[in-house]
Design a protein around this ligand. Structure first.
Ligand code: KG4
Ligand code: ZN
Length: 362
């Protein structure tokens, strides 16, 4: 592969169909020429979660349109593309297959090399695309589908320090919003409601803080909020706006405490003498209170804090194209590339039980 590259990225591992064109110049500097994301929120809204079969069909319908739009916005045609990068896992199997088959077809038709990229590597390498963060760095990935701490030592060298053993935090935000009668996606709705709430009125558990290490759990917290909500309804005959806000604030405060304390613990694994950076990615990192708290932890840990722009923090294809450019050497894959619904970044660690909306995976 030449040093200067123009990579087409394709992403379809959950409920966003995405295509992007990323250019790497002779100095290794990356620029996102286009990044198209078609979300499927409307299709899944009635079901209270992502329906894998609906997601896969929608990806199959939208992928070529997204790719066409990404090429048009980048003012490119397939002949300008050096290689095709596609998420090959982990994720919902039907969605991943849709993307992989589309990328294989394009590769076969154009003769361009094919790169199968790990979706989590895409997220984990994004701070290098956006902020040129040097290795190593600590990454907290928090979304509706993921929750893990990674020490990123190199383009394909990831050390998983811990993660959720059940729900991902975004998933918990969504479920709690539903319990409280707030809108979806739940994260922004809870954040908004919490602004008017008293985080101390209800005392919710901070799960797994009594356990060593960086593993987290959010399912018991969800149950605690449910029980408290039921009690409030029983005593008051319903939920007032203030009750909603206080429950939202109490829940958010518990999540913040858990993320902050586990981040402090994750820093203990940081190699000594290396410049220290905490990076965040995932939709939950959009939460202003969570950002402020994590920024505070970074300052006390003498570390820089990097939060890529939200459009590149959440699922997108630019991160997939960029990861392929960083991970050259383990590539290209050929037409035998297959979808991997589970694909841990750090195979030295026991498999994660954590689910998130994409199911157990890493
Ligand atoms: O990264 P993302 O767009 O998609 C995947 O999960 O793959 O993350 C979406 C998740 C949703 O669960 C949403 O409720 C949560 O991120 N989220 C937030 C906020 N904005 C989005 N959670 C807390 N506070 C927010 N402001
Ligand atoms: Zn993701």
């Amino acid at each position: 592969m030449p040093k200067v590259m123009t990579i087409l990225g394709i992403e379809s591992s959950c409920d966003d169909t995405a295509a992007a064109v990323v250019r790497i110049d002779a100095n290794g500097h990356a620029s996102v020429l286009s990044s198209i994301v078609a979300d499927q929120a409307d299709l899944h809204a009635a079901f209270g979660g992502v329906v894998p079969e609906i997601a896969a069909r929608a990806h199959a319908e939208k992928l070529d349109l997204c790719i066409e739009q990404a090429l048009t916005e980048a003012d490119m045609s397939m002949s300008d593309i050096t290689g095709i990068a596609v998420t090959a896992g982990p994720g919902l199997i039907g969605g991943v297959i849709s993307g992989v088959m589309c990328a294989k077809g394009l590769s076969l038709a154009t003769g361009k090399p094919l790169f199968g990229v790990n979706h989590l590597a895409g997220h984990a390498l994004t701070p290098r695309l956006t902020n040129n963060v040097p290795y190593p760095y600590l990454m907290l990935l928090v979304s509706g589908g993921h929750c893990q701490f990674l020490m990123v030592h190199g383009p394909a060298e990831f050390q998983r320090l811990g993660g959720t053993i059940d729900d991902a935090p975004g998933e918990a935000f969504d479920k709690i919003a539903r319990l409280l009668g707030l809108s979806q996606p739940g994260g922004p709705a809870i954040e908004q409601a919490a602004k008017q709430g008293d985080p101390k009125r209800f005392k919710f558990p901070r799960p797994l803080l009594d356990r060593h290490g960086c593993d987290m759990s959010f399912s018991g917290l969800k149950t605690a909020v449910l029980r408290t909500r039921d009690k409030v309804i029983e005593l008051g005959g319903g939920l007032t706006k203030q009750d909603q806000s206080d429950l939202a604030a109490g829940f958010q405060a518990a999540v913040i405490d858990v993320l902050a304390e586990k981040t402090r613990r994750a820093f203990r694994a940081y190699p000594t003498d290396a410049p220290r950076t905490l990076c965040v990615a995932g939709g939950v990192a959009a939460n202003q209170s969570i950002r402020v708290e994590l920024e505070g932890v970074s300052i006390s840990e003498d570390a820089a804090f990097v939060a890529p722009p939200l459009a590149l923090c959440t699922d997108n294809a630019a991160m997939i194209a960029y990861a392929a450019s960083e991970q050259l050497g383990t590539y290209p894959d050929d037409l035998t590339l297959s979808a991997r619904p589970r694909w841990p970044l750090d195979t030295s660690q026991p498999a994660m039980l954590g689910s998130g909306k994409k199911g157990a995976k890493a």
